[in-house]
Write a protein that binds this ligand. Structure first.
Ligand code: ADP
Ligand code: MG
Length: 319
């Protein structure tokens, strides 16, 4: 017998995953009832994933479930917020139980890693579109905003850049990689690991922070604009993975690191007097440049000569 909407919610979403003490009422009523602890601000972010825009057609449902939540967790990481709750709006072309099984495995697998509870949502029939709103807590006044960068601060990024962008080009047949590297790059595209542990550690260290979803140049550009300053990056310092280096020229690697989307690493600035505290960061990170009073972003090569580059990030509305 085909599942009804109600049975689908019961079978796949209600009473699944973590059950938190700060949730008075979860899935099953008109609203969830939630309690923000005293002394904390609620950090909220929402993201929509559309088939063929945010993930290639044919992406494994586990990966779609994982990524739907990972992009929101990455926003919480960038604010220094501890993940707590999520709501999910799901538009499905049909009820496909094996797809739902895979999707919820990916979604709840990542949710449980952060003791995040799914507390509500909406289920409709339509093209495959997934919207997840995440909610997290940050101690009052300690959120990592984009506006906190100052001249002299070092600019840092976590992990490596450009892998997901190259993974997409390989998936589309526009670039080539050996099987091992192609698998690694595809995993970076499908199953990004949000940097929440790093985000929490940066609460008392970073001046400004952003997650890199639309390409480093564009996202760092948001910090520069919000903080009213500029920056110089050393392109030879951009952290590139072995799989990326194996697969493309250095020039293409730098282009991908600066402009390709879907990295979900953090870019953050650190005042000189806090640099020593970075040693405690629980992830790999690289210093890539410096904040300056002069506005705009400047790129230098290893000989300190100006490095030419169009550095636009992804824009849904660009023709
Ligand atoms: P309403 O008609 O009052 O909006 P719904 O029938 O849409 O309620 O949903 C019933 C309950 O199931 C609500 O608590 C809602 O939050 C939850 N819900 C619906 N779809 C999902 C989903 N995809 N994931 C999680 N919870 C969901
Ligand atoms: Mg509803």
């Amino acid at each position: 017998m085909p599942l009804t909407e109600f049975n689908l919610i019961e079978r796949y979403f209600a009473h699944k995953g973590s059950s938190r003490d700060d949730v008075s009422l979860s899935i099953g009523d008109d609203c969830a009832l939630l309690n923000v602890p005293a002394g904390f601000e609620l950090a909220v972010s929402i993201d929509t994933l559309i088939e063929d825009v945010h993930f290639p057609k044919g992406t494994r449902p586990e990966a779609i479930g994982h990524k739907s939540l990972a992009v929101g967790l990455s926003d919480l990481a960038a604010m220094g917020a501890t993940p707590a709750w999520a709501t999910l709006s799901l538009s499905l072309p049909e009820i496909d139980e094996s797809w739902l099984q895979g999707f919820t495995t990916g979604l709840f697998g990542l949710a449980e890693k952060y003791q995040l509870q799914l507390v509500g949502g909406d289920t409709v029939r339509g093209p495959l579109v997934i919207t997840v709103q995440v909610h997290g807590f940050v101690p009052e006044g300690l959120a990592l905003k984009r506006s906190g960068a100052k001249p002299g601060d070092g600019i840092y990024v976590t992990g490596t850049l450009g892998d997901a962008g190259l993974g997409l080009l390989v998936a589309q047949g526009k670039s080539r990689a050996n099987t091992k590297d192609a698998n690694y790059l595809r995993r970076r595209l499908d199953c990004p690991t949000p940097c929440n542990e790093a985000g929490l550690s940066l609460r008392n260290i970073a001046g400004a922070c952003i997650d890199i979803s639309d390409g480093l140049a564009a996202d760092l550009g948001h910090i520069l604009k919000a903080s009213g300053i500029g920056a110089t990056l050393q392109v030879s310092q951009l952290p590139l993975s072995d799989s990326l280096r194996n697969s493309v020229s250095q020039e293409e690697g730098i282009r991908l690191a600066l402009t390709a989307g879907d990295d979900y690493e953090l870019c953050f600035t650190v005042p000189v007097e806090k640099e020593a505290a970075l040693a405690e960061l629980p992830v790999s990170f690289t210093r890539i440049g410096i904040i300056e009073a002069q506005s705009e972003l400047r790129l230098l090569d290893e000989n300190n000569l100006s490095y030419p580059m169009e550095h636009n990030g992804f824009d849904h509305f660009r023709k």
